[in-house]
Design a binder for this molecule. Sequence first.
Ligand SMILES: *Cc1c(COP(=O)(O)O)cnc(C)c1O
Length: 231
Amino acid sequence: MGTIGSNLQEVRRRIEAACAKAARDVNTVTLLAVSKTFPPAALREAFAAGARAFGENYAQEALAKIDALADLRPLIEWHFIGPLQSNKTRPVAAAFDWVHSVDRLRIAQRLAEQRPADLPALNLCLQVNVSGEASKSGTAPADVPTLAAAVAALPGERVRLRGLMSIPEPNDDAARQRGQHRAVRELFVALRAAGHPLDTLSMGMSADLEAAILEGSTLVRVGSAIFGQRY
Ligand SMILES: *Cc1c(COP(=O)(O)O)cnc(C)c1O
């Protein structure tokens, strides 16, 4: 097995251990392989080792890879997880299955208008800026309920609101990591209580997937632990 295959095995082992610790079924956590900056050959290697969901950050780079892996398209779920400018929504709406980084209504509106009619609804997550860092994209927690209601009310059934995504402030302290994940989960629970049928809590990356799973993550986005260091 190549490096990517053995890395994937190790990440799956970490997910299993975290699920065991959290008394959760391992099938409730999806592994998203974050492949930004890596070439199509690396994605094929991950695919051969069982990866079926890939996350990409840059529209142009991603579209080229989706094209290069067109033979596998029916078997792969493509997730857009990077910042999205409103002038870049059209190709993303046509090529991806998910967008995790919706942080304003205008983006969701455009995705809904531009999602081709012959495809299933595009799955959306709202990105929450839980640490309040000015440099990070994402909606302030206090604004999430209003944005969720507006996105859920978009006409045409071309997008489907599935959940929340967050990128917490990097932190070596496990308790602080968990605190940030917990804040997102509480928001998620509140939205569900308000009637939104959400099922996806997209949180946890290479460094903090255990903390995220302990706080209820249903999808971990793992890049460097699978593909290696990005340069
Ligand atoms: C790059 C990226 C990841 C993966 O980060 P790693 O630390 O390499 O696992 C996850 N989520 C988002 C939004 C990213 O941009």
